[in-house]
Design a protein around this ligand. Structure first.
Ligand SMILES: [Zn+2]
Length: 368
């Protein structure tokens, strides 16, 4: 075990090839017309928000502020067989037929460019590579830095900027090939992971826990009483939160729901659908870098208690490049053994300091 790495980042530049540009010609058709009409009605020039600059910003920060004990490894492309564990054959045929095209896939502005299909294969395959390395004991934990994201992708439908459901492909691979009996997925992206929920809805061996901003926020799914069905009843756990919820609410949910659910389920692998759009720069919630770090630390402790530390984060959303890159950095720092900051209510310390500074101004007494 002496050469087991602490935490490894899996990254493959082919994921940058996915780059839909709304100014180029897309495949003609009803969907194109409909989305062009929606976009032309906006007051601002619309750009595809899920762009290569997201990952370039993360890698740039990791180069500028390297974290000791973080290793790097390349990704790989997922095979059709690996993708077909969670997606239908007809869906895969349709996506593969778009390999050289620009096309809208969904009215929520999910699109592909030439290069997107390869990027999506590499995103799913890189999540698999991260899980394989963790299961083989080469690294305690791993972070798959991938795009397009995955958690909105359903068995037969791409949506929400997602083509293939990366975390689901990785979980299915862990079960089918790597001997995992029970896989736990925590999704802390601000949006509900509707695709992951669908895929494992009736699966008793994959527990899916999702903290998200409640409907009608996109995608509008993830109600409290959506708990799975059939043999999977009880292994879907939704925690809908109000807009603006911050570190304290998320940490409360971790302590009161995620920890006991994980203790009960006793997984042999933990995956995190790690989006960073709950940071306040993305304008939906109020999670801080310390909040993300604290959640990562809880998951690391759970993984160490139940499954020899085996924890894999798979990147999902996060559209402000500054909060995305610093969010990933804060999580990696904790996974690599850094100290864990206390979750707190933003601004309290600053108010205490200011109160101390101004105290003398509110009295005529000479306090000197
Ligand atoms: Zn999201």
């Amino acid at each position: 075990m002496t050469d087991r790495k602490v935490v490894t980042v899996f990254y493959d530049e082919r994921v940058l090839k996915h780059f839909p540009d709304v100014n180029t010609a897309f495949l003609p058709g009803r969907l194109d017309k409909r989305i062009r009409t929606i976009l032309s009605g906006l007051a601002v020039q619309w750009k595809y928000p899920e762009h290569p600059g997201r990952l370039q910003a993360v890698m740039e920060l990791l180069n500028r502020e390297p974290i000791p004990d973080v290793a790097f490894a390349p990704g790989q492309a997922a095979t059709r067989e690996q993708l077909a564990r969670v997606h239908t054959m007809s869906f895969l045929d349709d996506i593969f037929s778009l390999r050289d095209d620009s096309a809208w896939l969904d009215v929520d502005t999910t699109a592909v460019s030439p290069g997107s299909v390869e990027a999506a294969e590499v995103a799913a395959g890189t999540a698999i590579a991260a899980v394989e390395a963790v299961m083989a004991g080469q690294t305690e934990s791993a972070f798959a830095l991938v795009r397009p994201p995955g958690h909105h992708a359903e068995p037969a439908r791409a949506r929400g900027f997602c083509l293939f459901n990366n975390v689901a492909v990785a979980a299915a691979h862990a079960k089918a090939v790597l001997g995992c009996k029970r896989v736990l997925i925590l999704d802390w992206d601000v949006h509900h992971g509707n695709g992951t929920q669908d895929i494992f809805w009736a699966d008793p061996d994959v527990m899916f826990i999702d903290l998200h901003r409640a409907a009608p926020f996109y995608p509008g799914t993830g109600a409290l009483d959506d708990i799975g069905a059939g043999r999977g009843e009880g292994t879907t756990v939704n925690v809908p939160l109000p807009g603006g919820a911050g570190d304290m609410a998320y940490f409360h949910a971790m302590q009161e729901i995620v920890v006991p659910a994980t203790e009960y389920f006793n997984p042999d692998l933990i995956l995190v659908s790690a989006g960073f759009d709950a940071h306040w720069f993305d304008l939906a919630m109020n999670v801080s870098y310390e909040g993300f770090a604290a959640m990562a630390s809880v998951m690391q402790s759970l993984a160490r208690r139940h499954c020899d530390g085996r924890l894999v984060c798979v990147l999902e959303g996060g559209y402000n490049t500054e909060s995305l890159s610093h969010g990933v950095h804060s999580v990696l720092k904790v996974l690599a053994g850094g100290s864990v900051p206390d979750p707190k209510v933003c601004g309290m310390e600053e108010v205490d300091r200011a109160a101390e500074f101004h105290r003398g101004a509110f009295t005529d007494e000479d306090t000197g």
